[in-house]
Design a protein around this ligand. Structure first.
Ligand code: ADP
Length: 390
């Protein structure tokens, strides 16, 4: 019976190894040697060289088998372990342990289940899902048209105002070369901005990052200060910008300006009763990318809006298109970043986003994944105080 059982284990389709308490492989079936692509018992391979993060200390515990199985039972792709194959190909495995004694020695048998195909399928599925979400968000013609209309409204409206002012100056006073030239040039600047927005939108649809270059953040924001000042005047808001003039980040200049304009306009529009409006824009380098925060002293986001804030066409404003935040998210994600709502130290809302980030969960304290956690409090402490500009 024993040779028969042994032959079943040797030819089983699952990789099986028995390790001693110091982690050396003492027996291995043919599938295990094929899987790892090397001989495992002469000389004995060390299990921690075969499986990443396998802590051999666990084998010395009286509850070794239970401990290994407990870890394997927690599901999720991230808990599969990486196996190191001789040919360097990536592989993910699930481990199941069982006690085994041979010639009076207590060994642990490890059943090594190759999960690579399933992990790859899951990853491919995630990619497809992300692609579908992206396409859904952008490819609906009506939505793209609405987004463009939303973004073009400001520069085209401003250009019309400049031209109207130039026209009325003409009519009242005849040609005043320098004044009208200035107004025409401002109108031209706004129309160029509109053209730029259309061009960058096309690149956003095509997932093209070609317009992303290394930019000085303060200079990018400086270019839209005249627009921000007009809105600040209209809403009687006080605007402060805290950005170190030495800060650089990789971004599409016009798209970053669109994000800041949308967030700052929302911040200035947030209604307040009896207090002067205060809006702050700040930026700083973090290990996860360049972090920018637009905060205000308004009432914060209405509770019923919080869950759908970044969905398109969701607005609490009369006549609002509900597209500003959706556009912001699309642009930020095209920069490898993430955007989220936090609470402002000034008492209102704070929208924080990263550019050029490698990870999406930049905002969560490490070790937590609580999507219902209270919004983060974005303080200005880390921003260079003398970087303040009006
Ligand atoms: P819109 O401004 O057209 O409504 P947005 O997508 O820019 O579209 O904003 C969606 C909604 O998010 C707003 O209608 C508002 O309810 C809420 N919101 C955005 N920014 C703020 C803010 N700074 N303070 C409070 N609520 C905000």
């Amino acid at each position: 019976m024993e040779p028969f059982a042994q032959s079943i284990l040797m030819d089983a389709p699952m990789a099986i190894v028995a390790v001693d308490r110091s982690g050396h492989v003492r027996c291995a079936n043919a599938t295990a040697e094929r899987f790892f692509g090397r001989c495992l018992i002469a000389p004995p391979a060390d299990i921690s060289d075969l499986i990443d993060d396998f802590d051999t200390a666990v084998l010395n515990s009286p509850s070794a088998v239970k401990d290994i199985n407990a870890l394997s039972r927690s599901s999720g792709k991230d808990l599969y372990r990486r196996a190191r194959r001789f040919d360097g190909r990536q592989a993910f495995v699930d481990l199941q342990a069982a006690p085994f004694s041979k010639a009076g020695e207590n060994l642990v048998t490890l059943f090594i289940l190759d999960m690579t195909a399933s992990v790859e399928a899951e990853t491919a599925l995630q990619d497809v899902k992300l692609q579908i979400i992206h396409n859904w968000r952008l490819n609906s013609l009506g939505e793209v048209a609405s987004m463009l209309a939303h973004e073009l409204n400001q520069p085209l409206g401003a250009a019309v105002n400049y031209l109207a002012a130039a026209e009325s100056a003409f009519r009242r006073r005849g040609v005043d070369a320098s004044e009208t030239a200035d107004m025409m040039s401002s109108a031209k600047g706004q129309i160029e901005r509109a053209t730029d927005i259309i061009r960058r939108f096309r690149s956003l649809l095509a997932h093209d990052t070609g317009f992303q270059t290394r930019e000085n953040v303060a200079a990018v924001i400086d270019e839209i200060m005249p627009i921000l000042h007009v809105h600040a005047r209209e809403t009687e808001a006080e605007l402060a910008v805290w950005i170190d003039p030495a800060d650089f980040t990789r971004c599409d200049r016009v798209q970053l300006q669109q994000v800041i304009l949308n967030l700052a306009r929302n911040a200035m529009d947030a209604p307040r009763v009896g207090t002067p409006r205060k809006v702050e824009i700040s930026g700083r380098q973090t290990p996860d990318g360049y972090l920018m925060v637009v905060s205000d002293n308004g009432p914060g986001v209405a509770a019923e809006m919080v869950d759908r804030l970044f969905d398109p066409l969701v607005s609490s404003k009369p006549g609002g298109m509900g597209l500003g935040l959706s556009i912001c998210r699309t642009i930020v994600e095209a920069h490898g970043g993430a955007i989220e709502l936090g609470s402002s130290p000034q008492g209102g809302a704070a929208f924080a986003f990263t550019l050029n980030a490698n990870v999406h969960d930049f905002h969560r304290p490490s070790g937590t994944d609580d999507t219902n956690a209270a919004p983060d409090d974005y303080s200005q402490d880390a921003v260079t105080p003398n970087a303040r500009r009006a």
